[in-house]
Design a protein around this ligand. Sequence first.
Ligand SMILES: Cc1ncc(COP(=O)(O)O)c(C=O)c1O
Length: 275
Amino acid sequence: MTTTGFVPPPYPQDRLSELLATADRLPGGVIDCSVGTPVDPMPEVVRRAFVEALPQATGYPPSIGTPALRGAAAGWIERRFGVSLPAEQVRACVGTKEAVAGLPHLLALRDPTRDTVLYPAISYPTYAMGAVLAGLRAVPVPVDDRWRLDLGGVDAPDAERSLVLWLNDPANPTGAGSSPEEMRAAVAWARDRGIIVASDECYAEFTANDAGEPAPPVTAMVLADPALMSRSAPRRSRWPTASARSLPASDRAAPAATCGRGARPRHRTSSRARS
Ligand SMILES: Cc1ncc(COP(=O)(O)O)c(C=O)c1O
């Protein structure tokens, strides 16, 4: 007897390569506007740290992350966002991509009663892929004419079945960033429906207001519990080849991310974090 097992969907980048080849055959060829891959040189301080660390880099580090790494991530989160989080609530992950792709599966193990993943209709493809790989429904949330999530466009039955809502702020590929009020509204919408907020904030250092001026980043972490956010130090500082991302989780979301538990994140009031 033969059965048809799970057939993985095509890898999004492979689909893109085909489209690029097709477009390239048209007059003028492709204009590649992608910004996802850092092209600037790796900062000297990072290069030096790699070289100095290599001689001790035998053996496996704990998969949850070394205390030093987790403490460093928690420290940066506090300095940058004004969110105080015990280091035990920060986990290392191999890549943000791997965390995004794997999270729905872990969340579904914890709550098998919900089978839907909500994600921005125009977004990084791994949100939908993570749902598919977990055998869940991937339901896109429409975006409005400013590329902001239009949560009013989610059908009530889909919302009821939703396990997790992906936010991506500022968003890839649209560049749209939320005001603190918009972030608060999105988080409240999810919380009212018992939906976990997973906020991919890996571009949090690249924030601008509607006039294009630099603006402080917003984070779902100050507002939501359960919440998870993804942080990508290599993406921020131009060393994407290394694996040093972190997945900080609020108190109730922490067990889903792995197994650590600590105190609920506390919001330190600071003008930087609030504006
Ligand atoms: C929105 C978004 N999230 C996550 C990632 C993955 O980042 P990492 O390099 O940390 O895996 C990317 C990479 O393009 C991205 O654009």
